[in-house]
Design a binder for this molecule. Structure first.
Ligand code: C2E
Ligand code: MG
Ligand code: MG
Length: 487
């Protein structure tokens, strides 16, 4: 990067930010100098601020030698907030200064150093040096952030570093910084690897997520979403216990987008509340229609995200919708994924109590995918436990899975919960789950999730079809006292 050295950066660089200004300055002259300084430099560390860094980077990339590659290293101090919580501004800024000093010590003289926001530090350096030497250089940064005392030890565990290259990853200076930041975000997410190189997939993913978020807003207004229904079958008698409502999104140009893709995107914004409200209304209205056709289902289940439950007004929202669309004797069950119980036990318990107080049934979904222990479960007033499909898959060939499921069933019994096996696809799996006393089942074997009209046809045909699955009792659909009434 010969000739690209940014002297103004170095001039302002005695490691101390504003303190580098000459002592003799006073009055207007001092104010002017402070203003000029703060327009280009971070006052605490003396590093280039993001605007000046971006300008300098653009100049550097434009005038570089055609063969020369440049690496942009993005360093996030992911524990900056905690540092602030413990030590206040002074401690947090002292840490930033220490890190700025460490970076100065480890990078070449002609590297560009900048700071973005409180917690991000940027280094642009010649990438020809980045092969093995470059990697060592990044490692040296890491090592410098390693323990000299307790506080630095904390910092060292929570540094996330991303690297992107010019021109191989991008020829745009703006994108170069964005890509390095994406890679740092990835490093923060995966934790196991603190330095991550940019990969084009990271950009396409973020772009697609952004597009889907924008489209979801439109799609909800334009009727692109609908619910499909999958039956839950009582495994002793073959009676229909209810239906789970699952959301579908058909985008006019992008096609069908699965909930596994759009729900996590919705969860990052208020969209998840619109999704929840839409799902509740659609499912309750549908349940009303079935009731009017003489096909009342004992339970209609709707999935709720952790984000829905965290919202203070979720029980009130549920109550309002239930008052607006009364479905008795059909009952609403909310399926809550197990991860929430794991994340925030206290809130989870409180919300379940609030929901139970307004007569909403509550199920724990995908049970077994997290680590909710008996001690947590026994405190929760849950109605239903849904064993995740990964335990059911091939259970008739796996004594280990069988033993595990027997234990889960026994535990659910002890806790007086109705237990549902998810994802039953084969007769062998059904036979085992019946044998071990699992009360209800759901899966492609009985019926894939289908639109309301097909589900109506399914309900009508079920009393005849249930014999195919070895159910003897083909009495009227909903005559027997359903086992779900437990708890
Ligand atoms: P879930 O609530 O555990 O739903 C069960 C998923 O397993 C559904 O996938 C269903 O189609 C699928 N499934 C059912 N039987 C079988 C089977 O025999 N074999 C296999 N391989 N799969 C089976 P789907 O509809 O793609 O939904 C995936 C997840 O997305 C749901 O898991 C739920 O967590 C979430 N989701 C779906 N709709 C909504 C919604 O309206 N709101 C929220 N918050 N989440 C939803
Ligand atoms: Mg579910
Ligand atoms: Mg599930």
């Amino acid at each position: 990067m010969t000739g690209q050295r940014l002297d103004f950066a170095r001039e302002a660089d005695p490691d101390m930010g504003l303190e580098c200004l000459p002592d003799h300055l006073t009055g207007d002259e001092l104010d002017r100098q402070i203003l000029a300084f703060s327009q280009r430099f971070d006052p605490q560390t003396g590093l280039l601020n993001h605007q000046a860094f971006q300008d300098a980077l653009t100049t550097l990339l434009r005038s570089r030698h055609p063969d020369q590659e440049v690496a942009l290293i993005w360093i996030d101090l992911v524990n900056m907030r905690r540092e602030f919580s413990v030590w206040g501004w002074t401690g947090a800024e002292a840490m930033a200064r220490r890190i700025a000093g460490m970076l100065r010590a480890v990078v070449d003289d002609d590297a560009l150093l900048g700071r973005f926001g409180d917690r991000s530090f940027l280094v642009a350096t010649s990438a020809t040096k980045l092969g093995k030497t470059g990697r060592r250089r990044v490692q040296a940064v890491m090592d410098l952030l390693t323990p000299h005392g307790r506080r630095e030890a904390e910092a060292s565990r929570e540094v996330a570093i991303g690297v992107a290259f010019f021109p191989s990853d991008t020829e745009s200076p703006e994108d170069l910084a964005r890509f390095a930041s994406l890679a740092a975000g990835r490093a923060d997410y995966i934790k196991s690897q603190r330095v991550v190189a940019f990969h084009p997939r990271m950009n396409s993913l973020i772009m697609r997520n952004h597009l889907l978020e924008l489209e979801m807003r439109k799609g909800l207004d334009q009727g692109q979403f609908h619910m499909v229904y999958q039956p839950k079958v009582e495994l002793n008698t073959g009676q229909l216990l209810g239906a789970e409502a699952l959301m579908r999104w058909n985008h006019p140009d992008l096609g069908a987008i699965p909930p596994s893709e759009f729900i996590p995107i919705a969860e990052r914004s208020e969209l998840i509340h619109r999704i929840f409200e839409f799902g509740m209304r659609a499912a309750l209205e549908q349940a009303q229609q079935w009731r009017d056709l003489g096909l009342a289902l004992p339970i209609v289940a709707v999935n709720a995200s952790a984000a829905n439950l965290r919202a203070d007004d979720s029980p009130r929202m549920v109550r309002n919708i239930m008052e607006e669309i009364p479905i008795a004797p059909t009952q609403l069950e909310l399926e809550l994924t197990e991860s929430l119980a794991f994340d925030d036990e206290e809130l989870f318990t409180h919300r379940i109590r609030q929901l139970r107080a307004i007569d909403v049934r509550v199920a724990i979904d995908d049970f077994g995918t997290r680590y909710t222990g008996f001690n947590v479960l026994k405190k929760l007033p849950l109605n239903t436990m849904k064993i995740d499909q990964c335990f059911i898959r091939g259970i008739h060939h796996s004594p280990d899975m069988l033993a595990l499921c027997e234990t889960i069933v026994a535990m659910a019994r002890q806790l007086k919960m109705c237990i549902v096996a998810e994802g039953i696809e084969e007769l062998g799996e059904l036979a085992v789950m019946r044998k071990i006393g699992c009360e209800a089942g759901q899966g492609y074997l009985f019926q894939r999730p289908v639109a309301a009209k097909e589900f109506t046809a399914f309900m009508r045909a079920w009393p005849k079809r249930m014999r195919e699955f070895g159910f003897e009792d083909s009495r009227g659909l909903f005559e027997a006292d359903p086992i779900y009434a437990v708890g």
